[in-house]
Write a protein that binds this ligand. Sequence first.
Ligand code: PEP
Ligand code: MN
Length: 333
Amino acid sequence: MIAVLKSDTTPQQKEHLLNWLKNMGLDVHVSEGKEKTIFGLIGDTSRVDMELLNSLEIVSSVRRISEPFKQASRNFHPEDTVIPVGDVKIGGGHFAMIAGPCSVESEEQIIEVALAVKQGGANILRGGAFKPRTSPYAFQGLKDVGIQMLLEAKKASGLPIITEIMNVRSLDLFQDVDIIQVGARNMQNFDLLQELGKTDKPILLKRGLANTLQELLMSAEYIMSEGNEQIILCERGIRTYEHYTRNTLDLSAVPVLHEITHLPVVVDPSHATGRASLVPSMAVAAAASEADGIMVEVHNNPSRALCDGAQSLTPAQFSALNEKVRRVREAIR
Ligand code: PEP
Ligand code: MN
C-alpha cells in the first residue's frame, strides 16, 4: 500500500504518522521527493483501514498495490487448490459435474433425478432444502425433511450431495451433507461465513447478484480466516440492464479468478440464464473457459417443478449437455 503525503506536511506530522503505522506492525519505506513524500507500507496491510488513512489531513492519496485478500490469493498459494468430496475431486484439472433439481420436492423425485443425472454423467447431486425465494408466498423448500430425502438419494445413487444453508441455526442439519452451498443472497452474510469457517466442510460460495470478484474473494477470506480453506467459488450471473436472460453470465470471471486465486471456480448456467434452451451453450462455454465444474438444474418433469422449472433441463437434455462438455474439455486439454 502506498500513501502519498501532502507537500506542506511538517516533519513532526510525518513522524507521528510513521509511528502510528509502525504500531500496526508495518514496516514503512519513506521516499522523500522534491514535491511530495511517499510512504510505502510493507507487511500485512489487509488490516489497514484505507478510508481512514485517506481521510487524514496530511494524506493526499492512498493506493493498494496488493490485494486485500491474502489466504485466497494466488500470490500466497501458487498451486491450484484441489478439494476432495467423497471420491470426487474439484480443481487442478478435476471437474465437478453437479446436477439436480432446484429444490427437493419428494423422496421419489430426488431419488429419480439422482439416478438419472448419475446415468447422464453427474458426479455430484444438488437439491435445495432451504430455498431463498424472492416472495415469502413461494415454495420455501422442505427444510430438514428435504435434507433427509437428499441423504436417501445420496444412499441410493452413491453421489455426494450439495445443498444450500440460509442460516447458522440450521448448521447441525448439514452434518452428512458433502458440500454446503452459500447462495448469492447470502454471499455477504458475514456471521454465516465465519461460522462455516469453523467447520471442516467444503463450501460452495456463490457470487452475489451485484458483487465484484474482489468482494467474492473477501467473502471467501471470511471463511478461510476462521480455518476452513475448502472453498469452491461459483459464478452464477450478475444483474445488468439486460432482461432477456435472468442474469448476465460473466464468464470472464473464470479466467480472472484463476489468475488471482488458487480456489476452484464452477459456473452455474441455470441461474445465469434462467432458460433451459440457453443452458447447454453456456455450460459448454464455461467448460471452454476452463471452469473447474458446472452446476445445472435438472428436473424429471420441469413443467411441474415447484421452483425454477423454466431453467431446468430434463435428464435427457442433461445427458446431451454432459457429452458436449466432455468433448470440449477433451478438445482444449
Ligand atoms: C440455487 O442454487 O438454488 C440458488 C438459489 O442459486 P442462487 O443463490 O445463485 O440464486
Ligand atoms: Mn434454482
